[in-house]
Design a protein around this ligand. Structure first.
Ligand code: ADP
Length: 374
Protein backbone atom coordinates (compact mmCIF):
# COMPACT_ATOMS: atom_id res chain seq x y z
CA UNK A 1 0.00 0.00 0.00
CA UNK A 2 1.50 3.33 -0.97
CA UNK A 3 0.41 6.90 -0.53
CA UNK A 4 0.30 8.66 -3.85
CA UNK A 5 2.98 11.31 -4.26
CA UNK A 6 1.91 14.93 -3.93
CA UNK A 7 0.61 16.59 -7.08
CA UNK A 8 3.64 18.04 -8.83
CA UNK A 9 2.15 21.32 -9.82
CA UNK A 10 4.48 23.95 -8.49
CA UNK A 11 8.06 24.95 -9.08
CA UNK A 12 8.85 27.20 -6.15
CA UNK A 13 7.60 28.74 -2.95
CA UNK A 14 8.80 32.31 -2.38
CA UNK A 15 8.82 34.64 0.58
CA UNK A 16 9.43 38.13 -0.77
CA UNK A 17 10.55 40.90 1.55
CA UNK A 18 8.68 39.36 4.46
CA UNK A 19 8.76 41.46 7.63
CA UNK A 20 6.98 40.62 10.85
CA UNK A 21 6.95 42.98 13.82
CA UNK A 22 5.10 41.87 16.93
CA UNK A 23 4.88 45.43 18.26
CA UNK A 24 5.20 48.68 16.32
CA UNK A 25 8.20 49.98 18.23
CA UNK A 26 10.09 46.68 18.60
CA UNK A 27 12.82 45.38 16.28
CA UNK A 28 11.09 43.14 13.74
CA UNK A 29 11.27 39.41 14.48
CA UNK A 30 11.75 38.99 10.72
CA UNK A 31 13.21 41.70 8.49
CA UNK A 32 12.72 41.85 4.74
CA UNK A 33 13.29 38.10 4.31
CA UNK A 34 13.65 36.76 0.78
CA UNK A 35 13.53 32.98 0.75
CA UNK A 36 12.84 30.56 -2.08
CA UNK A 37 12.17 26.85 -1.84
CA UNK A 38 12.38 24.89 -5.07
CA UNK A 39 10.19 21.79 -5.38
CA UNK A 40 12.00 18.80 -3.88
CA UNK A 41 14.29 20.80 -1.60
CA UNK A 42 14.68 20.06 2.11
CA UNK A 43 15.57 23.43 3.57
CA UNK A 44 16.63 23.73 7.21
CA UNK A 45 16.06 27.12 8.79
CA UNK A 46 18.80 27.31 11.38
CA UNK A 47 19.78 29.73 14.10
CA UNK A 48 19.75 30.28 17.86
CA UNK A 49 16.61 30.75 19.89
CA UNK A 50 14.90 34.05 19.09
CA UNK A 51 16.41 34.58 15.62
CA UNK A 52 12.99 34.40 13.93
CA UNK A 53 12.74 30.81 12.67
CA UNK A 54 9.32 30.02 14.10
CA UNK A 55 8.02 33.41 13.04
CA UNK A 56 9.09 32.67 9.45
CA UNK A 57 7.26 29.35 9.55
CA UNK A 58 4.17 30.87 11.19
CA UNK A 59 4.05 33.59 8.51
CA UNK A 60 4.24 30.94 5.79
CA UNK A 61 1.59 28.80 7.44
CA UNK A 62 -0.77 31.74 7.91
CA UNK A 63 -0.63 31.59 11.72
CA UNK A 64 0.97 35.04 11.88
CA UNK A 65 0.09 38.01 9.66
CA UNK A 66 2.86 39.75 7.69
CA UNK A 67 3.77 43.32 8.54
CA UNK A 68 5.18 43.64 5.05
CA UNK A 69 6.04 41.55 1.98
CA UNK A 70 4.26 38.66 0.30
CA UNK A 71 4.32 34.87 -0.08
CA UNK A 72 3.90 33.07 -3.39
CA UNK A 73 3.64 29.55 -4.76
CA UNK A 74 4.70 30.21 -8.33
CA UNK A 75 2.31 33.01 -9.33
CA UNK A 76 -0.37 32.24 -6.72
CA UNK A 77 -0.32 34.68 -3.84
CA UNK A 78 -0.60 32.74 -0.58
CA UNK A 79 -0.36 35.30 2.22
CA UNK A 80 -3.91 36.51 1.57
CA UNK A 81 -5.31 32.94 1.89
CA UNK A 82 -6.42 31.27 5.16
CA UNK A 83 -4.05 28.57 6.51
CA UNK A 84 -6.08 25.58 5.25
CA UNK A 85 -6.08 26.92 1.69
CA UNK A 86 -2.29 27.21 1.47
CA UNK A 87 -1.68 23.47 0.94
CA UNK A 88 0.91 22.94 3.68
CA UNK A 89 1.24 19.97 5.99
CA UNK A 90 2.46 21.03 9.42
CA UNK A 91 4.31 19.26 12.21
CA UNK A 92 5.08 20.99 15.50
CA UNK A 93 7.35 20.37 18.45
CA UNK A 94 4.47 19.57 20.82
CA UNK A 95 2.73 17.16 18.37
CA UNK A 96 -0.55 19.12 18.83
CA UNK A 97 -2.67 15.95 18.81
CA UNK A 98 -6.24 15.93 20.12
CA UNK A 99 -6.10 13.83 23.30
CA UNK A 100 -9.75 12.70 23.15
CA UNK A 101 -9.57 11.50 19.53
CA UNK A 102 -8.18 8.16 18.40
CA UNK A 103 -4.97 8.04 16.39
CA UNK A 104 -7.07 7.33 13.29
CA UNK A 105 -9.37 10.33 13.93
CA UNK A 106 -6.38 12.58 14.59
CA UNK A 107 -4.92 11.68 11.22
CA UNK A 108 -8.30 12.13 9.55
CA UNK A 109 -8.69 15.61 11.04
CA UNK A 110 -7.15 17.63 8.21
CA UNK A 111 -9.18 15.61 5.71
CA UNK A 112 -12.42 16.32 7.60
CA UNK A 113 -11.56 20.03 7.52
CA UNK A 114 -11.22 19.70 3.76
CA UNK A 115 -14.57 17.87 3.55
CA UNK A 116 -13.10 14.67 2.14
CA UNK A 117 -15.86 11.96 2.14
CA UNK A 118 -15.72 9.47 5.04
CA UNK A 119 -14.66 6.33 3.17
CA UNK A 120 -11.85 8.12 1.37
CA UNK A 121 -10.84 9.84 4.61
CA UNK A 122 -10.48 6.52 6.43
CA UNK A 123 -8.49 4.99 3.60
CA UNK A 124 -6.09 7.92 3.30
CA UNK A 125 -5.57 8.08 7.07
CA UNK A 126 -4.77 4.36 7.16
CA UNK A 127 -2.31 4.73 4.29
CA UNK A 128 -0.52 7.59 6.07
CA UNK A 129 -0.41 5.55 9.29
CA UNK A 130 1.05 2.61 7.38
CA UNK A 131 3.73 4.92 6.03
CA UNK A 132 4.86 5.77 9.56
CA UNK A 133 4.38 2.15 10.66
CA UNK A 134 1.58 2.85 13.12
CA UNK A 135 -1.40 1.24 11.37
CA UNK A 136 -1.76 -1.30 14.17
CA UNK A 137 -2.25 1.52 16.68
CA UNK A 138 -5.04 3.32 14.82
CA UNK A 139 -7.70 2.74 17.46
CA UNK A 140 -5.58 3.90 20.43
CA UNK A 141 -5.65 7.29 22.08
CA UNK A 142 -2.49 9.45 21.82
CA UNK A 143 -1.81 8.99 25.55
CA UNK A 144 -1.39 5.25 24.96
CA UNK A 145 1.58 5.90 22.66
CA UNK A 146 5.20 6.86 23.35
CA UNK A 147 6.51 10.34 22.50
CA UNK A 148 8.13 9.08 19.33
CA UNK A 149 4.94 7.33 18.25
CA UNK A 150 2.90 10.46 18.94
CA UNK A 151 5.24 12.48 16.76
CA UNK A 152 4.81 9.83 14.05
CA UNK A 153 1.04 10.36 14.29
CA UNK A 154 1.59 14.09 13.84
CA UNK A 155 3.69 13.38 10.75
CA UNK A 156 1.04 10.99 9.39
CA UNK A 157 -1.59 13.69 9.93
CA UNK A 158 0.53 16.18 7.98
CA UNK A 159 1.09 13.71 5.13
CA UNK A 160 -2.53 12.51 4.96
CA UNK A 161 -3.64 15.71 3.27
CA UNK A 162 -1.03 14.96 0.57
CA UNK A 163 0.56 18.37 0.90
CA UNK A 164 2.86 19.89 -1.66
CA UNK A 165 5.01 21.33 1.08
CA UNK A 166 5.57 20.20 4.68
CA UNK A 167 6.51 22.73 7.36
CA UNK A 168 8.19 21.32 10.46
CA UNK A 169 9.00 23.36 13.58
CA UNK A 170 11.56 21.61 15.83
CA UNK A 171 9.63 18.34 15.50
CA UNK A 172 12.20 16.26 17.37
CA UNK A 173 13.18 18.48 20.27
CA UNK A 174 10.79 16.85 22.77
CA UNK A 175 12.21 13.37 22.14
CA UNK A 176 15.11 11.75 23.95
CA UNK A 177 18.47 11.47 22.19
CA UNK A 178 18.07 7.93 20.81
CA UNK A 179 14.54 8.49 19.53
CA UNK A 180 15.57 11.78 18.00
CA UNK A 181 18.12 10.05 15.80
CA UNK A 182 15.66 7.31 14.87
CA UNK A 183 12.96 9.82 13.91
CA UNK A 184 15.49 11.89 11.98
CA UNK A 185 16.17 8.90 9.76
CA UNK A 186 12.42 8.33 9.47
CA UNK A 187 11.83 11.89 8.31
CA UNK A 188 14.63 11.59 5.76
CA UNK A 189 13.17 8.31 4.48
CA UNK A 190 9.72 9.86 4.07
CA UNK A 191 11.23 12.88 2.34
CA UNK A 192 13.08 10.67 -0.14
CA UNK A 193 10.29 8.16 -0.74
CA UNK A 194 7.54 10.71 -1.14
CA UNK A 195 9.46 13.37 -3.04
CA UNK A 196 8.38 15.98 -0.50
CA UNK A 197 9.38 19.62 -0.27
CA UNK A 198 10.22 20.47 3.33
CA UNK A 199 10.96 23.59 5.35
CA UNK A 200 12.38 22.46 8.68
CA UNK A 201 13.06 24.75 11.63
CA UNK A 202 15.81 23.72 14.04
CA UNK A 203 18.49 25.16 16.31
CA UNK A 204 20.41 21.88 16.08
CA UNK A 205 23.33 22.02 13.66
CA UNK A 206 23.68 18.25 13.45
CA UNK A 207 20.01 17.79 12.61
CA UNK A 208 20.19 20.48 9.95
CA UNK A 209 23.35 19.05 8.39
CA UNK A 210 22.07 15.50 8.28
CA UNK A 211 18.59 16.22 6.92
CA UNK A 212 18.74 19.25 4.69
CA UNK A 213 19.67 19.70 1.06
CA UNK A 214 20.12 23.40 1.83
CA UNK A 215 20.68 25.42 4.97
CA UNK A 216 19.38 28.91 5.65
CA UNK A 217 20.99 30.55 8.67
CA UNK A 218 19.04 33.39 10.27
CA UNK A 219 20.39 36.05 12.58
CA UNK A 220 18.10 38.50 14.33
CA UNK A 221 15.44 38.04 11.66
CA UNK A 222 17.84 38.53 8.75
CA UNK A 223 19.27 35.91 6.39
CA UNK A 224 22.95 35.46 7.26
CA UNK A 225 23.99 32.62 4.93
CA UNK A 226 22.46 30.01 2.66
CA UNK A 227 24.13 27.08 0.93
CA UNK A 228 24.39 23.31 0.86
CA UNK A 229 25.32 21.70 4.19
CA UNK A 230 28.83 21.11 2.81
CA UNK A 231 29.24 24.74 1.74
CA UNK A 232 28.07 26.19 5.03
CA UNK A 233 30.06 23.65 7.06
CA UNK A 234 33.35 24.20 5.25
CA UNK A 235 32.96 27.92 4.51
CA UNK A 236 30.91 29.63 7.18
CA UNK A 237 30.31 33.20 5.99
CA UNK A 238 30.76 34.79 9.39
CA UNK A 239 31.99 34.04 12.89
CA UNK A 240 28.33 33.79 13.89
CA UNK A 241 27.72 30.96 11.40
CA UNK A 242 31.06 29.35 12.32
CA UNK A 243 29.88 29.22 15.95
CA UNK A 244 26.93 27.21 14.72
CA UNK A 245 28.98 24.87 12.57
CA UNK A 246 31.10 23.39 15.33
CA UNK A 247 33.82 26.06 15.62
CA UNK A 248 33.67 25.99 19.38
CA UNK A 249 36.88 28.00 19.75
CA UNK A 250 35.92 31.55 18.88
CA UNK A 251 38.03 34.40 20.16
CA UNK A 252 39.27 37.84 19.37
CA UNK A 253 42.70 38.47 17.91
CA UNK A 254 44.69 41.11 16.11
CA UNK A 255 46.02 40.66 12.58
CA UNK A 256 49.75 41.32 12.63
CA UNK A 257 50.50 41.18 8.93
CA UNK A 258 48.80 40.14 5.72
CA UNK A 259 50.01 38.78 2.45
CA UNK A 260 48.95 36.15 -0.06
CA UNK A 261 48.64 32.92 1.89
CA UNK A 262 50.71 34.10 4.83
CA UNK A 263 48.56 36.29 7.04
CA UNK A 264 49.55 36.23 10.65
CA UNK A 265 47.14 36.70 13.51
CA UNK A 266 48.09 37.35 17.09
CA UNK A 267 45.56 35.95 19.49
CA UNK A 268 44.44 38.13 22.35
CA UNK A 269 46.74 36.38 24.82
CA UNK A 270 49.79 36.73 22.63
CA UNK A 271 49.92 33.42 20.74
CA UNK A 272 50.94 33.95 17.14
CA UNK A 273 49.22 31.87 14.47
CA UNK A 274 50.87 31.94 11.07
CA UNK A 275 49.28 31.50 7.67
CA UNK A 276 45.66 31.81 8.76
CA UNK A 277 42.86 31.64 6.22
CA UNK A 278 40.99 34.87 5.78
CA UNK A 279 37.41 33.75 5.62
CA UNK A 280 36.03 37.16 4.78
CA UNK A 281 37.29 40.23 3.02
CA UNK A 282 38.00 43.45 4.85
CA UNK A 283 40.60 41.96 7.17
CA UNK A 284 43.66 44.20 7.16
CA UNK A 285 46.87 44.36 9.16
CA UNK A 286 46.19 45.83 12.56
CA UNK A 287 42.51 44.85 12.43
CA UNK A 288 40.70 43.33 15.39
CA UNK A 289 39.30 40.03 14.19
CA UNK A 290 37.35 36.99 15.32
CA UNK A 291 39.23 33.70 15.00
CA UNK A 292 37.44 30.36 14.67
CA UNK A 293 38.97 26.90 15.17
CA UNK A 294 37.20 23.55 15.49
CA UNK A 295 38.14 21.39 18.50
CA UNK A 296 39.02 18.50 16.18
CA UNK A 297 41.49 20.71 14.25
CA UNK A 298 43.71 21.37 17.26
CA UNK A 299 46.46 18.78 17.39
CA UNK A 300 48.41 17.76 20.49
CA UNK A 301 52.06 18.17 19.47
CA UNK A 302 52.61 21.09 17.11
CA UNK A 303 54.32 18.80 14.62
CA UNK A 304 54.73 20.20 11.13
CA UNK A 305 51.87 22.69 11.32
CA UNK A 306 54.27 25.57 11.95
CA UNK A 307 52.05 26.80 14.73
CA UNK A 308 52.65 26.26 18.38
CA UNK A 309 50.19 27.18 21.11
CA UNK A 310 51.21 26.52 24.70
CA UNK A 311 48.36 25.38 26.92
CA UNK A 312 47.69 23.53 30.17
CA UNK A 313 45.05 20.78 30.16
CA UNK A 314 42.45 21.65 32.79
CA UNK A 315 39.48 19.35 32.20
CA UNK A 316 39.71 16.00 30.42
CA UNK A 317 36.52 14.12 29.51
CA UNK A 318 36.45 10.57 28.21
CA UNK A 319 34.16 10.29 25.18
CA UNK A 320 34.80 6.72 24.12
CA UNK A 321 36.74 7.04 20.88
CA UNK A 322 38.43 10.25 21.93
CA UNK A 323 39.13 12.65 24.77
CA UNK A 324 37.57 16.06 24.97
CA UNK A 325 40.00 18.48 26.58
CA UNK A 326 39.63 21.99 27.89
CA UNK A 327 43.05 23.64 27.96
CA UNK A 328 44.04 27.07 29.27
CA UNK A 329 46.31 29.25 27.16
CA UNK A 330 46.08 32.43 29.18
CA UNK A 331 44.31 33.96 32.18
CA UNK A 332 41.10 34.51 30.23
CA UNK A 333 41.42 32.06 27.36
CA UNK A 334 40.61 28.39 27.12
CA UNK A 335 40.69 26.18 24.04
CA UNK A 336 38.58 23.10 23.45
CA UNK A 337 40.12 20.20 21.60
CA UNK A 338 39.53 16.55 20.79
CA UNK A 339 42.36 14.07 20.81
CA UNK A 340 43.31 10.40 20.89
CA UNK A 341 46.50 11.21 22.81
CA UNK A 342 46.56 10.13 26.49
CA UNK A 343 46.25 13.67 27.90
CA UNK A 344 45.78 14.05 31.66
CA UNK A 345 44.63 17.10 33.63
CA UNK A 346 47.58 19.33 34.48
CA UNK A 347 49.65 18.30 31.45
CA UNK A 348 51.46 21.07 29.57
CA UNK A 349 50.50 20.84 25.90
CA UNK A 350 52.05 22.16 22.74
CA UNK A 351 49.09 22.52 20.39
CA UNK A 352 49.32 22.75 16.63
CA UNK A 353 46.75 23.73 14.07
CA UNK A 354 47.01 23.62 10.30
CA UNK A 355 46.96 27.23 9.05
CA UNK A 356 44.12 26.64 6.60
CA UNK A 357 41.99 25.41 9.52
CA UNK A 358 42.15 28.77 11.26
CA UNK A 359 39.39 31.05 10.01
CA UNK A 360 39.62 34.79 10.48
CA UNK A 361 36.66 37.16 10.25
CA UNK A 362 36.20 40.86 10.80
CA UNK A 363 35.40 41.34 14.50
CA UNK A 364 31.80 40.29 14.74
CA UNK A 365 30.37 42.61 17.34
CA UNK A 366 33.06 45.22 16.91
CA UNK A 367 34.98 43.72 19.82
CA UNK A 368 35.91 40.31 18.49
CA UNK A 369 33.14 38.55 20.33
CA UNK A 370 30.29 36.64 18.77
CA UNK A 371 26.99 35.53 20.19
CA UNK A 372 27.22 32.15 21.84
CA UNK A 373 25.49 29.11 20.47
CA UNK A 374 21.93 28.53 21.62
P1 ADP B 1 13.00 31.29 17.04
O1 ADP B 1 11.96 30.42 16.45
O2 ADP B 1 14.22 31.43 16.18
O3 ADP B 1 13.34 30.93 18.45
P2 ADP B 1 10.91 33.29 17.16
O4 ADP B 1 10.42 33.45 15.77
O5 ADP B 1 10.11 32.46 18.09
O6 ADP B 1 12.43 32.79 17.12
O7 ADP B 1 11.08 34.73 17.83
C1 ADP B 1 11.71 35.82 17.16
C2 ADP B 1 11.55 37.07 18.01
O8 ADP B 1 10.17 37.45 18.08
C3 ADP B 1 12.00 36.91 19.45
O9 ADP B 1 12.61 38.11 19.86
C4 ADP B 1 10.72 36.66 20.20
O10 ADP B 1 10.81 37.11 21.52
C5 ADP B 1 9.71 37.47 19.41
N1 ADP B 1 8.36 36.85 19.43
C6 ADP B 1 8.03 35.62 18.99
N2 ADP B 1 6.71 35.38 19.13
C7 ADP B 1 6.18 36.49 19.69
C8 ADP B 1 4.86 36.88 20.09
N3 ADP B 1 3.81 36.07 19.93
N4 ADP B 1 4.71 38.13 20.62
C9 ADP B 1 5.75 38.97 20.78
N5 ADP B 1 7.01 38.67 20.42
C10 ADP B 1 7.26 37.46 19.89
Amino acid sequence: MTVSKPAVDFEKLSMRGVTRSYAKSATPALSNLDLELARGEFVALLGPSGCGKSTALACLAGLQPLSNGSIWRDDVRLDTLPPEKRGFGMVFQNYALFPHLSVQKNVEFGLSMRRVPKAQRQERAMRALTLVQLHEHAAKLPSQLSGGQQQRVAIARALAIEPEIVLMDEPLSNLDAALRIEMRTEIKRLYQERGLTVLYVTHDQEEALSLATRLVVLRKGVLEQTGTPQEVYTNPASAYVAGFMGYRNLFSAKVESTGPGKDTAVLAHGTVVHGVRKAASGVAAGAEVSVAIRPEDLIVGAGSTGNSIKAVAEVVEYHGRELSVQARTGPDTVLHLKTNEPVVAGAVLDLGVAPERVLVYPADNGDGTVEPRA
